[in-house]
Ligand binder design. Structure first.
Ligand SMILES: CC(=O)N[C@H]1[C@@H](OP(=O)(O)OP(=O)(O)OC[C@H]2O[C@@H](n3ccc(=O)[nH]c3=O)[C@H](O)[C@@H]2O)O[C@H](CO)[C@@H](O)[C@@H]1O
Ligand SMILES: C=C(OP(=O)(O)O)C(=O)O
Length: 430
């Protein structure tokens, strides 16, 4: 198992290029199988989850041609298997999008129940509620969702919780249903809008993405397209918070600043200087940082996927902060790991109280999940001494060339896979 070994204590300085949004790209890849014509998708992040999903669609008969590591052509005209057996698919969250895409186009699908990071209970009842409203019969058999429909008819779907996954999934399925579907209380995340734009570029008729109500007029067929995925606001936010924690000066390039509003607002609240450009944001962190209070909420609220990174920054601010996690109940595991590095926090239900400390000290920690893993790397970069982050396979699910991008900002970090390599690193940096 690979690990990151980090020598912390130096500010990150420089520019870093942000890639395409993982969570938009996953849905877009699934949606690409809804046409028999060729689709070209650009600005894909080269990360494990994307590669797993591409292999999964190849497994059911789609042709995937890699133009380069960020661009693929997908042709799904030969799909003949509606049972996604590919072993690893159940481990990724976005496997659920194959249900919406296949149900929409072929009116049948069998897909393993999705996995994803262990950040709390992750039901898919709202996805199934939407599919059933459109006319699907659904059973759960041996860990798989087995779904089919005689006909798919537009319907009204009211979501009981605001869910990104169900919003996108039901939107995909409804794209090829007969008549009008009205989805209410939907998620408004930038990737919901990106997937709607992608489907519209294939000939779908979707209106209202980015608001609380999405209306979809079903079309008979979708056609090929060329599409570029939006920048990843969570990758961007991670580097911005790494700048804050290390008292650095980092400019994230190729971003949409509007998507980063809540991330920027919290940086300004704690005393960082933030400069916005057309497609870049610069974060300068100097002097003392102040504590604050954060609550995760659906977009445009503060993203749950940035909560661990924020928690690490707050542990380095003066005073007492609180973090309330209102989306997933098990997203504070990084705080236990952070306590090995001198972090001081107390978790009570959905909230954590974080006491600012003078500094963190390097230690051996484990990444409990994707964003928590990235957060612990930020802690390691800010800490004095050596930090070893185990289980970085989680980080590799969602960050492309993470250590290389950090190195480009002056970080002393290396990916290693043995104790011997750790000792060599320690010797080299001592
Ligand atoms: C692959 C992907 O894009 N993952 C993202 C997606 O996850 P995911 O799609 O799993 O998250 P959702 O937005 O669906 O979940 C939001 C909340 O709704 C609940 N819920 C969801 C569906 C459902 O059928 N029933 C239900 O109760 C969940 O338990 C959670 O409390 O959005 C999350 C919230 O922005 C992000 O943290 C994840 O990174
Ligand atoms: C939690 C995440 O991913 P997933 O939903 O795939 O587990 C994430 O991207 O932060």
């Amino acid at each position: 198992m690979d690990q990151y070994v980090i020598k912390g204590g130096s500010p990150l300085v420089g520019e870093v290029e942000i890639g395409g949004a993982k969570n938009a790209a996953l849905a877009i890849i699934a949606a690409a199988i809804m046409t028999d014509e060729t689709v070209l998708i650009d600005n894909l992040p080269d990360v494990n989850d994307i590669n797993v999903l591409l292999q999964a669609i190849e497994g059911i008969g789609a042709t995937v041609t890699r133009v380069d590591c960020h661009t693929v052509k997908i042709n799904a005209s030969n799909i003949s298997d509606f049972n996604v057996e590919y072993d690893y698919i159940k481990k990724i969250r976005a496997s659920y999008y194959l249900l919406g895409a296949m149900l929409g186009k072929y009116k049948r699908a069998t897909v393993a129940l999705p996995g994803g990071c262990n950040i709390g209970s992750r039901p898919i009842d709202q996805h199934l509620k939407g599919f059933r409203a459109l006319g699907a019969d659904i059973d759960i058999e041996h860990g798989k969702v087995v779904a089919d429909a005689e006909v798919f008819r537009g319907s009204n779907v009211y979501f009981d919780v605001v869910t990104v996954g169900a919003t996108i999934n039901v939107m995909m399925a409804a794209t090829m249903a007969e008549g009008l579907t009205v989805m209410e209380n939907v998620a408004k995340e930038p990737h919901v809008v990106d997937v709607a734009n992608f489907l519209n570029s294939m000939g779908a008729n979707i209106r209202g993405a980015g608001t609380d109500v999405i209306k979809i007029r079903g079309v008979k067929r979708l056609h090929g397209t060329q599409y570029s995925v939006i920048p990843d606001q969570i990758e961007a936010g991670t580097f911005m918070y790494a700048a804050a924690a290390t008292r650095g000066d980092v400019t994230v390039l190729n971003v949409i600043p509007k998507h980063l509003e809540s991330t920027i607002a919290k940086l300004e609240e704690i005393g960082c200087e933030v400069e916005e450009f057309d497609d870049a944001v610069r974060v300068v962190s100097k002097g003392n940082l102040k504590s604050t209070h954060v609550k995760t909420l659906p977009y445009p609220g503060f993203p749950t996927d940035m909560q661990p990174q924020m928690g690490v920054v707050l542990s380095l601010c003066n005073g007492t902060s609180t973090v309330t996690e209102s989306i997933f109940e098990n997203r504070f595991k990084y705080l236990d790991e952070l306590s090995r590095m001198g972090g001081v926090s107390k978790i009570e239900g959905h909230s954590a109280t974080i006491e600012g400390v003078k500094g963190l000290s390097g230690a051996r920690v484990s990444a409990p999940d994707l964003r928590a893993g990235a957060a612990l790397c930020i802690a390691g970069l800010a800490a004095e001494g050596i930090t070893i982050v185990d289980d970085i396979v989680y980080i590799q699910r969602g960050y492309e060339r993470f250590e290389e991008k950090l190195k480009g900002l002056g970080a002393i970090i290396q990916k290693v896979s043995s104790e011997k390599e750790i000792q060599k690193f320690k010797f080299r940096v001592s």
